[in-house]
Design a binder for this molecule. Structure first.
Ligand code: GTP
Ligand code: MG
Length: 217
């Protein structure tokens, strides 16, 4: 944990997932501002990795001191990209991780659309990308973020029902990542409201992991 003599905790987060899964949009909610380009489009919008950071003052109190949370978020081009092949995506992310997160990564947020079933191809591309980039301990440093959680609400489906009818590929993945998941429901919230919800959940997972960081050589 980077808080020795400072009142600041730094958390490094990586956005991973298939193109159009909602990575940049999630990044904007985490940052509380529209830093990453995110839009409806028939092509993949994010072509390069980009790091953005935000400092959130008075985030918590520890031993009588006000703590500031510094979030560093690395946005990436997705798998099944419309103009980059898988190897190009992997190389760009690998380089950015080594360059931007020399101090290590706290958590990768693997973004999956809640309204699109996870199929074997996703395992081979998207989940494989996380495995290849993060190495053998990837399972300890990955959180599944379901985007389009608003669709779940719209269909009046509860999370338990969703998981009961989910394909085995998804149950297996969740089991692998120690059942760490978050549903995003962005539509009825401001960026700041959503940031508060997301950071609380993510910090819980980071704390359960004893603030461990995955190192890249
Ligand atoms: N309703 C809803 N729309 C979302 C959600 N997440 C993302 N979107 C929309 O989906 C579109 C694509 O989102 P992006 O954040 O650009 O997705 P991306 O994974 O960064 O896409 P590329 O960079 O193009 O690969 C945008 O219009 C977002 O507003 C969500 O949880 N719910
Ligand atoms: Mg993007």
């Amino acid at each position: 944990m980077q808080m020795a003599d400072t009142n600041e905790i730094t958390i490094n987060l990586l956005l991973l997932g298939r193109t159009k899964s909602g990575k940049s949009s999630l990044g904007n909610s985490l940052l509380g501002s529209y830093e990453f380009e995110s839009q409806f489009s028939p092509h993949s919008v994010t072509k390069e990795c980009r790091l953005c950071a935000v400092s959130i003052p008075h985030f918590a109190r520890r031993m009588g001191r006000d703590m500031c949370l510094r979030l560093q978020v690395l946005d990436t081009p997705g798998s099944l990209h419309s103009s980059l092949n898988q190897e190009e995506v992997k190389q760009k992310v690998r380089k950015a991780l080594a360059h931007r997160f020399a101090e290590g990564l706290h958590m990768a947020l693997l973004v999956l659309r809640a309204d699109v079933p996870l199929c074997e191809e996703d395992n081979q591309h998207t989940v494989k990308l996380a495995e290849d980039l993060l190495g053998p301990t990837w399972k300890h440093f990955t959180i599944i973020v379901f985007s389009y959680g608003d669709k779940l609400h719209e269909a009046r489906m509860k999370e338990e029902e969703y998981f009961m009818s989910a394909p085995i590929t998804l149950s297996a993945l969740l089991e692998n990542v120690h059942n760490r998941y978050i549903f995003r429901v962005p539509l009825d919230k401001t960026l700041h409201e959503e940031r508060a919800i997301l950071t609380t959940r993510i910090l819980e997972f980071v704390r359960q992991n004893s603030y461990k960081r995955l190192q890249f050589k």
